[in-house]
Design a protein around this ligand. Sequence first.
Ligand SMILES: Nc1ncnc2c1ncn2[C@@H]1O[C@H](COP(=O)(O)OP(=O)(O)O)[C@@H](O)[C@H]1O
Ligand SMILES: [Mg+2]
Length: 255
Amino acid sequence: MTEPVIALRGVRAELGSRPVLRGIDLTVHRGEVVALLGANGSGKSTAVRSVIGQVPVSAGEVDLFGVPRRRFRDWARVGYVPQRTTAAGGVPATVTEVVSSGRLARTRFGLFRRADREAVRQALELVGMADRAKDSVDALSGGQHQRVLIARALAAAPELLIMDEPMAGVDLASQAILADTLRHQVSEGATVLLVLHELGPLEPLIDRAVVLRDGCVLHDGPPPKAVGQHALPGHDHVHPHAPAGTEPIRTGLLS
Ligand SMILES: Nc1ncnc2c1ncn2[C@@H]1O[C@H](COP(=O)(O)OP(=O)(O)O)[C@@H](O)[C@H]1O
Ligand SMILES: [Mg+2]
């Protein structure tokens, strides 16, 4: 076993006065690709946001690269792609501006040098958006927008990549590009924590799956077979064509 890149031990978090994480353990080792699964509201986003310090933790410990998160300063090692919301931002930025913002942690005093501009260009190249570099992000489709957010995370060449539902609302062409991009990062040695609704096209890349239910870890091990929205806790799926009087067919390992 290698040194953990992410280690959560007994982590609890409350939002409002509601317990959202009720003592979760989550470890991601160097070079691993871990999927965080679970029904809507099970605490997936809160768990990853606790890793990057966007959610206060009321109990337990969070370590990043072996350092307690409160003392961790090396944020250029971490790329984070938040869950996309439909809320429109303020002033529309260009694709290059958004991706450049992801490079700031690697610059000195925010001053862009040739290597920084090159890193931004390469990240855009990787996600197939180089030809849209000067466009306003407002003009992009959902899938293209997501590719830009991923390029922003990649621009700092992070060792750890955390993505919250990167495939949600993304067209099939963009999904294929995202899967290729991720495969490339993994082959370069990146460690990845992915929040997913279903394994989908990323399934071949996933080493381990952690399934949350109501803020607790329900499963930690091999990716559940044929996992999909229907197979996840909270999505118990009764086939509509089940003959009357028979036991409902439940799909998936975990339902
Ligand atoms: N800022 C917030 N304030 C209060 N409750 C929240 C907040 N964010 C999320 N929650 C609640 O916490 C629970 C878990 O949310 P979340 O971590 O986003 O779940 P998931 O990502 O698995 O869908 C949900 O019930 C949600 O309504
Ligand atoms: Mg979420």
